[in-house]
Design a protein around this ligand. Sequence first.
Ligand SMILES: C[S@@+](CC[C@H](N)C(=O)[O-])C[C@H]1O[C@@H](n2cnc3c(N)ncnc32)[C@H](O)[C@@H]1O
Length: 210
Amino acid sequence: MKKTIEVYNKNIDKYVERYNYENYADIIVPILQTFSFFDASDPHKPRTVLEIGSGTGKMALIIANAKRKVIGHDASLKMVEFANLTIQRDNVKFEHKQYPLQNVEKNTYDAAYSIATLMHMSKKDIADTVVNVYKMLKENGVFIIMVPTKKEGLINNRDEDGRFFNIMNSDEWKLLCNRCGFFCIGETTSKDRLGRNVEWSTFFLMKQSL
Ligand SMILES: C[S@@+](CC[C@H](N)C(=O)[O-])C[C@H]1O[C@@H](n2cnc3c(N)ncnc32)[C@H](O)[C@@H]1O
């Protein structure tokens, strides 16, 4: 994990350019629709959303524009500094945190999402992170994750930059999330926005009451 974070810290310019270039419509639209669906009972209530792996902050800004308070967590200090410098809004804040967390504040967020991040962790760390999110979400909270379920060109689970990738199929992701207390209410697949040989899956998860 340490090596992957170092890659992001060292290559911040490359990743800033990459994530600026990307078109986020395929993921942002279903995220906003899902949040709106769960807001239907009280659309004016302020909502607090957690992003894990907030990177340059681009997604958080879009969610914040939809009148949410967003807290973005990222393990790369360079990413967090960049996001806090370039996005200065009252309803967005970026913090340097590496998942899984040792301690979390329970019942804090209405919703959470994580785009292209969880696959950088070992299976145990993914499970611990999903449990972290379960605890931090309020009742009936939703958690949306986008991860690669197929990716070609890895050598010993690392790409050409040295980033670690844990590629699991759709059933493995759903089983893991289910064991951590989430029910999968929807799933979509999409092609890679940069044209790479990657299949992306997005899982829409709902916290189950115990
Ligand atoms: C591929 S980038 C995606 C950034 C952003 N979500 C996006 O879609 O533009 C992955 C991000 O996850 C962060 N990351 C990787 N492992 C992490 C961990 N264990 N905890 C928190 N952030 C992590 C990296 O620093 C990086 O910013």
